[in-house]
Ligand binder design. Structure first.
Ligand code: HEM
Ligand SMILES: *[C@@H]1O[C@H](CO)[C@@H](O)[C@H](O)[C@H]1NC(C)=O
Ligand SMILES: *[C@@H]1O[C@H](CO)[C@@H](O)[C@H](O)[C@H]1NC(C)=O
Ligand SMILES: *[C@@H]1O[C@H](CO)[C@@H](O)[C@H](O)[C@H]1NC(C)=O
Length: 316
């Protein structure tokens, strides 16, 4: 009897200590037990037809979390009076919104009105990594969806021309450390960049040199080839590493060899702490995976919503 009382009071204390809106990995265990399998199926299905889907989902989750917290604001459509994030300036290459919509439809059919779009996006980003050969992890859930999405907010995203202090500031404003910055920049192991995102490094870099001297000359020559000055091809650009659909540590290996795409990638080598982390992740896939999981959970715990949306594109 005494131990029962102890157990019950321990339970009550735990309930009081954990804030009501804390995320938990078993959040939907009773209300939507098939959630995760349903999201995974939707991501797998989309990947069969389009190998660029995982990169799109990972970047979409990052953008969501960096603006107003991970509240699905990135998924909202513009309305009559409002231009949404997805129609804002750095919307270049944000795509595959349909994957989240398909997943949401399937989830609504099973457990109507229960699961947030923000949680579905967080799960889809995890699945995107795992299904690309990367690690998997339990995603804390219980995010709510936001009602606000403003194109002007996308100015708060870090830019590819940022130096290390600007990157550090952008991340620390969100409670993220230098280790989070390096680990999460490893997301650039997937996907593609348009010429406009890295042209600063290959044309008119500085008054004295056309090309960023930290780039390997042959690598830079290739980039200049695909992205000539005054390039007009909308879809011209480069993959972010040489194994663009595989989640691995090749991004870090290439970075150490002067083969990175953005100035913001190169900037990770300009600070002793971040440089050491780049070396660590370049020499150990396992260390990268471990750090990436930890930092993803941290980033994706930045919450901020108020509701459970029924259609991810429309606030209620
Ligand atoms: C550190 C600051 C970061 C900057 C400045 C940055 C910048 C960019 C830019 C400019 C692009 C290319 C857009 C284009 O030209 O199409 C891109 C692509 C991408 N980024 Fe980042 N990024 C950052 C951090 C992250 C993080 C934290 C993640 C996820 C963990 C991420 C994942 C991706 C992915 C997967 C792509 C490829 C998207 C696709 O192919 O559809 N990035 N990033
Ligand atoms: C959202 O925007 C997309 C792209 O413009 C459009 O195809 C879709 O019909 C819109 N959906 C809603 C519910 O407004
Ligand atoms: C990106 O934003 C521009 C307006 O800045 C808009 O015309 C375009 O449709 C958007 N692209 C996507 C894919 O949403
Ligand atoms: C980064 O850029 C900002 C803004 O241009 C500048 O004030 C700062 O000194 C730069 N920091 C480094 C480390 O280059």
């Amino acid at each position: 009897m005494a131990s029962l009382v102890a157990l019950v009071s321990a339970f009550l204390i735990l309930q009081i200590l954990s804030p009501v809106d804390a995320l938990s990995t078993n959040y939907y265990d009773h209300t939507c037990p098939q959630l995760e399998a349903t999201v995974t199926a939707a991501v797998k299905q989309a990947m069969m037809n389009d190998k660029t889907v995982p990169a799109a989902l990972l970047r979409m989750h990052f953008h969501d979390c960096f603006i107003r917290g991970c509240d699905g604001s990135v998924l909202l459509n513009s309305t009559g009076g409002n231009t949404a994030e997805k129609d804002g300036p750095p919307n270049i290459s944000l795509h595959a919104f349909y994957v989240i919509d398909n997943a949401k439809k399937a989830v609504e059919a099973l457990c109507p009105g229960v699961v947030s779009c923000a949680d579905i996006l967080a799960l889809a980003a995890r699945d995107a990594v795992a299904l690309s050969g990367g690690p998997t992890w339990n995603v804390p859930k219980g995010r709510l969806d936001g009602r606000t999405s403003k194109a002007s907010d996308t100015r708060q995203l870090p830019a590819p021309i940022f130096n290390i202090s600007q990157l550090q500031q952008s991340f620390s404003q969100r409670g993220l450390s230098m280790e989070d910055l390096v680990a999460l920049s490893g997301g650039h192991t997937l996907g593609f960049a348009h010429c406009s995102s890295f042209q600063n490094r290959i044309h008119n870099f500085s008054p004295t040199t056309d090309v960023d001297p930290s780039l390997s000359p042959s690598f830079a020559a290739n980039l200049r080839n695909v992205c000539p000055l005054g390039n007009t091809a909308n879809n011209a650009g480069s993959t972010l590493d040489s194994t663009t659909t595989t989640f691995d540590n090749v991004y870090f290996k290439m970075l150490r060899q002067g083969q990175s795409i953005f100035s913001s990638d190169q900037a990770l080598l300009t600070n002793p702490q971040t440089k050491a982390l780049v070396s660590k992740f370049a020499s150990s896939q396992q260390e990268f995976n471990k750090a990436f999981i930890q930092s993803m959970i941290k980033m994706s715990s930045l919450t901020g919503g108020q509701e459970i949306r029924l259609d991810c594109k429309v606030a209620r």
